[in-house]
Design a protein around this ligand. Sequence first.
Ligand code: NOJ
Ligand code: CA
Length: 584
Amino acid sequence: MKFKLLIILAIILNTGCKQDTTKDIETTKNEIKKEWWKEQVVYQIYPRSFKDSNGDGIGDIPGIISKIDYLDSLGIDVVWLSPHFDSPNADNGYDIRDYRKVMEEFGTLEDFDTLLNGLHDRGIKLIIDLVINHSSDEHKWFQESMSSKDNPYRDYYIWKPGKETNPPNNWPSFFGGSAWEQAGPDGEYYLHYFAKKQPDLNWENQQLREEIYELMRFWLDKGVDGFRMDVIALISKPQNFDDMDNEGLKHPEYTYAYGPRLHEFLKDMNKEVLSKYDVMTVGEAYGGNAEKTLEITDERNNEIDLAFWFDAVRVGRDNFKQNEWTLPEFKKLVKAQSDVNSHNWPTFFLGNHDNPRVVSKFGDDSPEFRVTSSKLLAMLLLTQRGTTFLYQGDEIGMTNYPFTSFDQFDDVEIKGNYNKIIASGSTPESYLADLNKMARDHARTPMQWSNTNKAGFTSGDKTWLGVNPNYPEINVNNNLQDKHSIFHFYRRLLNIRKGNDNLIYGDYKDIAIDHPQVFAYTRIGKNKTYLVVLNMSKSMVDFSLDNKFKGYNLIINNLNDDTTTIEHNKLTLQPWEARLYESN
Ligand code: NOJ
Ligand code: CA
């Protein structure tokens, strides 16, 4: 009898324990291997737009060097430099003519070394952009390859005969028109997923692969700390060059990406090059579903460390349209990328040089809420689970540019797709309206340093892309002077995150995923739990919390310097209010 009672008691206690651990917010289920690259906040610099040192209206490396102290004072860990290589600039450097030279407009190799050393001296790492799916058509490999069918470089690119007077198949280019272009004396066509001036490299060719490994070693031996890999999921081409079906044509990235030899190529690159250095790699892995992306970043596969997932950043995007989206939709996408298994590590970012400004897309860039909502987005960014990427200018709340005509754009993608978009039923006015929401050029306007001429970006009287007219108000100087600025809020959050294992490695749990206005989640570390509550709307919201959060301390919020303890379980949140609480 006694024995039976004991068993019943044990069962009750045991179930009690089980319930506790599943709902318990103070325990973590993760056993994640610590790695330095999992802990970084990376600041992306688009060199053309960061800082011009010589008055020609184009940002350059000496300009970046002059701002290393600024980067240091912000408190980021790594700089990702968008392409700095010699290029004819068909796609602002994503078309490389010489992988071992610095773009003349940006400076010299010595300048690059000075930048690298300057960053390293302050404990900041540098990763560079590796664009190896395609080169420039002005690269010497392509010039040779085009010159004749028998040239030893012919096979470095993908050449096919046309079908009568048509290209080999109906594949479209991401930048408009066919993905094939006829060139050279033999009348064959070469493949270009992007612009005509960006011919795709043929990864099937082993000699080409070895050349790429060599150029990677060239930069790694200089001491760079890793690579961001441009459209890396595209390097292995689908091998049936027959026509695709209509669905494929509508979303070519799904047909082009994750080709049959991708894993083999990445494993080989890892073995031959990456494994020999202590570096980080992050792939732009556009075009696949979660399962495919996870395969390239699974630590057991020895391919690359990290990948950018685009679903959350592009919520509501349909090609060139930015449709309405809801907060629960967005939160579910964030949760999906956060919930990866323990053999993968996520990334988190809200914008980059290919997307609109974060406050204009995810916040509210009206004068009333720009500052508050930019700070909220800072909190969202810096309390997520994953290696974090912050894009230049977001730390001062830069906004989309008010484009009023097509001649204000520079982007090859916008121009290349114009005819297709008009043919598909848009008017120039509606295309312009769409571009005002999602164009890549919003993120590429010059960084706004001060309220002087051209926002202090250049001493000259022209800039390669227009300066946003709001620079007299939105600029770095104003931010530095005001201790309640967006910049200082980023700094404080970066400081809270740095070295904080609970916040960096803790589990992520959305506690109100269906709430239409509030984004609230916990980060459950081994010793502490953080609670983040974000009102992502311009109305006041009452938000109820579970009793278990009683006693949590508010450590930073975006409205004032108050620090309080949660005494009631009902919070009243102001428009765009953001709060970060910590357990005892
Ligand atoms: C992705 C880059 O981020 C984008 O800017 C570029 O246009 C394409 N890849 C082609 O390189
Ligand atoms: Ca310059």
